[in-house]
Design a protein around this ligand. Structure first.
Ligand code: PGA
Length: 247
């Protein structure tokens, strides 16, 4: 058994990159790795209609309906044709006050309707300075239904580019250490199959080293995913690396 690499394009609050929906685009999933795009709510429909993209939503509300102005329920996202949903991205935690417990509710709601959750966890720079990175992710994981089929994205908040293409990623060594720690916290029977993605300034220059690490099973890519050429290079690297053997 092996883990299939997953390369995810988090377009954040940006339109789909030029040509993303046309045939031959690097955002189409045509085998290994699995490629998934996360457009804004407004662009979900076009991306799903293309019929060739695997599409996820950047967030969703756990309640099925009700008085939640401006929100979209996870159930509706599933009915609309999404395959994935991001839960607890650090920008949602920071800008919308999403707590660990609320993120866990999103994950449970996604599992209930059959939408695959990618849960984002990771420490801030302040946590790292205080050597609290492990206790931070440990708590973030402790509230999640990890016995289920969830994908985890380890995104150290301090490495997220925020639009700065020169921001350095975590070193491959630091990232591998955290990924292996995260895997060790999963229930025994989920340690082999669970994919743990890395996110935070992944780009063509560092993708091979990061994706070659034993416990890094793909990338959640923001800035570099907006450039089809750069994104295509990362997909190509993942293609060359192939599958990850389970422990
Ligand atoms: P970045 O974003 O690749 O621009 O650092 C990653 C993310 O926020 O998911």
């Amino acid at each position: 058994m092996s883990r299939r690499l997953l390369i995810a394009a988090n377009w954040k609050m940006n339109p789909p990159p030029q040509g993303a929906l046309q045939s031959g685009s690097p955002y189409f999933s045509s085998g290994d790795p699995e490629v998934v795009v996360f457009p804004t709510f407004i662009d979900l429909q076009n991306c799903i209609r293309s019929g060739q993209l695997i599409v996820g939503a950047q967030c969703g509300r756990p309640e099925q309906n009700g008085a939640f102005t401006g929100d979209v329920s996870i159930k509706l996202l599933k009915e609309f044709g999404c395959s994935y949903v991001l839960c607890g991205h650090s920008e949602r935690r920071e800008n919308h006050g999403e707590t660990d417990e609320y993120v866990a509710e999103q994950v449970a709601a996604a599992l209930e309707v059959g939408l695959h959750p990618i849960v984002c966890i990771g420490e801030t720079w302040d946590d790292r300075k205080k050597k609290k990175e492990k206790s931070k992710v440990k708590y973030q994981l402790s509230v999640l239904p990890l016995e289920s089929d969830v994908t985890i994205a380890y995104e150290p908040v301090w490495a997220i580019s925020g639009g700065d293409p020169d921001k350095p990623a975590a070193t491959a060594e630091d990232a591998q250490q955290m990924h292996s720690f995260i895997r060790s916290l999963l229930p025994k029977d989920r340690q082999g199959p669970t994919r743990i993605l890395y996110g935070g300034s992944m780009k063509p220059e560092n993708a091979r080293e990061l994706l070659s690490q034993e416990d890094i099973d793909g990338g959640l890519i923001g800035g570099a995913s907006l450039d089809p050429k750069k994104f295509g290079e990362i997909v190509k690297i993942a293609e060359e690396l192939g599958l990850k053997q389970q422990l």
